[in-house]
Design a protein around this ligand. Sequence first.
Ligand SMILES: [Zn+2]
Length: 341
Amino acid sequence: MDLAQVRQLFESLKGKIQTPRDLEKLRQTFLGKKGYVTQLFKELRNATPEKRRELGKLINALREEIDEFIKLKGEELKRKELEEKLKAERLDITLPGDTVLPIGSKHPLSAVIEEITEIFKQMGFSVETGPEVEKEEYNFDMLNIPKYHPARDMQDTFYVNEKGYLLRTHTSPVQVRTLLKREPPVQIIAPGRVYRRDDDPTHSPMFFQVEGLVVNESVSFANMVFVLKVFLRKFFEKDVSVRFRPSYFPFTEPSAEVDIGCVICSGKGCRVCKGTGWLEVLGAGMVHPNVLSACGIDAEKFRGFAFGLGVDRFAMLKYRIDNIKLFYENDIRFLKQFVSL
Ligand SMILES: [Zn+2]
C-alpha cells in the first residue's frame, strides 16, 4: 500500500473506534512492528534521496496524525467509561428509606422466665426482686444456715468483701426481705440471677433461679404439691408425672426434691435422665420455723412453703439443649433459632 492508500484506510477506520480495544488494534495496524506506517518507512530505503526526504516528511506527518488521534481518542474513551460508571453507581438519595427494622427475638432464658412468671401470676403469685450483691446474713444466717454450717460449703460462694457481703448463691434471700417488710399472707415468686463457683457443661458460675414463697395461717404440704404439679404440667405442656423425694435443706422442714417423668424419653430412660426415667427439677419444702422467727413472723401462728428452681435447667429441658454455656455465649446463630419466642 502506498501513502495515499494508508491514509485512506486510516480515515475510514478512525470513525469506527468504540472501545480501548478497538483503539489498540488501530495502533497495531498502523504503528505496530508490521503496521502500514512502519512498512512505509521501510520502503523508503528504495527511494531516491530527494524523494526519500519528501516522502519521509509526509509519512512522518501521517504517523504524528495517527499518534495524536490515538492519544485524544484514548482520553475520550476513558472519560466516557468513567461517566458511565458514575451513572451506574449513582445513589438516589430521594428514594424512601428502609422503614422495616429487622425484628429481634427474646433470649430463651428471658422467654422461660416470662413463661414461669406468667403461670404463677395466674395462680395468684406476685413478683418480688432483691439485690444480687446480698448481705451474708440474708443469704445464710436468717435462712437457718449459721456460720460453720456445712450447707455453706454446699454452695461455693463468691464473697465481695469481708464486711459480710457476697454474690447471692440463691434467690432465697428475697424470702427474708419480703417477710421483713410484709405481714402474711404472702404469696410471691422471685426470679433472678445467682452466683456460685461452679463451671461445667451443666453449671455456669452465673445462672437463674426462681424462688417461690407462700406464707399464711393454713398452708400445707398438700397445697405445695398441688401448686407445683399445676405449674410443672403447664410449663411442659403435658401431663408429666411428678414425684417428691425426701431431702434436706436447712431452710425447710420437711424438705423434698421434686422429679418429673423425663420429658425427653417419656420415662423410658435416656442419656439426659441417666437411664432413670426421672429428672430432678425443683427443691421445695415447708418453711423452717427458725426462718419465720428470724424474720419476726409468729411461727406458731403462720406456716409456709417455699420452692426453688433453676431456670437454665427448665430452658435446657424445654428446648433440648445439652450445654448451659450456649445461653451465655450469645452466638447469634444459636439465638436466631428462638425467633418465634
Ligand atoms: Zn430420659
